[in-house]
Design a protein around this ligand. Structure first.
Ligand SMILES: C[S@@+](CC[C@H](N)C(=O)[O-])C[C@H]1O[C@@H](n2cnc3c(N)ncnc32)[C@H](O)[C@@H]1O
Length: 264
């Protein structure tokens, strides 16, 4: 079997096959979060910003639901894939190349909602970049607007290797995704990650491996980061299941948290 080392974001189709399964649930959750927690002007059509929008699964779904969507990413293949998907579905959105740490919004547009789920924010590897990202998001939201931010928290004391596995199919292509997370390094504030995709397509099977590092946060570090950005107030906490009825506390009992931050 062929084995490749690659950045899995360079092959958006396989990423998308695995992660698109939760898109509908996440989009519904984002709308419900806005209805529940945003203050100020409310309208059915939201102006939405997605930092690191990737393959555009949520860009397209939010656009399909009637929202005015903008997004950016630093991977050109992901952006091309997202744009092609929009064209095929006759949907519109504004997409551009940018980085979470230093992005600029075209025409200084103001948004009602920004979101960054599935721990993507942890790609920003230092505190200055993380603070800069949050300030830029705050600056691009209207007062009362909401940033929905998903973070997988670390437990430095009992940190163990973690393993997650997803299996998905589309159009005769099958993808098995195994993600391995090594125990967090508290001093470096990073954790080593490896994703192995096993792809079966047209009678051939091969694997594709990507390695990268994420920045780590425990509850205290997440709270310290939020204190550095007083433009945001933490108004609620949910988890990666994205269920409105499942409220969480930002404490050590939960690893996968979705923070609801209101622009004040
Ligand atoms: C897990 S995917 C998430 C994509 C999308 N938000 C979703 O929910 O499917 C992570 C994305 O973050 C992008 N990315 C990683 N670091 C970034 C950075 N510093 N600035 C902008 N995008 C980044 C990658 O190119 C990739 O498309």
């Amino acid at each position: 079997m062929r084995k490749e080392t690659a950045d899995w974001y360079d092959t958006p189709l396989y990423y998308d096959i695995v992660f698109d399964t939760d898109t509908g649930q996440e989009a519904k959750f984002l709308e419900a979060v806005m209805a529940e927690y945003s203050t100020g002007k409310k309208s059915d059509a939201l102006r939405v910003l997605e930092p690191a929008c990737g393959s555009g699964r949520l860009v397209a779904e939010m656009a399909r639901r009637g929202h005015e969507v903008s997004g950016f990413d630093l991977n050109e293949n992901m952006l091309d894939y997202a744009q092609t998907r929009l064209m095929k579905r006759k949907l519109a959105a504004t997409l551009w190349f940018d980085r979470m740490e230093e992005f600029k919004v075209p025409a200084r547009r103001k948004f009602d909602l920004a979101h960054c789920l599935v721990s993507t924010f942890k790609y920003v590897l230092d505190e200055a970049g993380a603070v800069s990202h949050l300030r830029r998001v705050a600056g691009s939201l209207r007062t009362g607007g909401i940033y929905v931010l998903g973070i997988h928290l670390s437990d430095y004391k009992n940190g163990r290797a973690e393993h997650e596995r997803w299996v998905a199919q589309r159009d005769g292509i099958s993808v098995v995704c195994n993600t391995h997370t090594w125990p967090p390094d508290r001093r470096a504030r990073t954790e080593a990650m490896r994703t192995r995709l096993r792809i079966t397509r047209g009678g051939k099977t091969w694997t594709q491996e990507t390695r990268w590092r994420f920045r780590t946060y425990n509850v205290a570090e997440a709270r310290a980061l939020l204190r550095a950005v007083p433009e945001f107030k933490l108004v609620a906490c949910h988890d990666f299941r994205c269920e409105m009825s499942e409220m969480r506390k930002l404490d050590d009992n939960y690893a996968d948290v979705v923070l609801v931050l209101r622009r004040i």
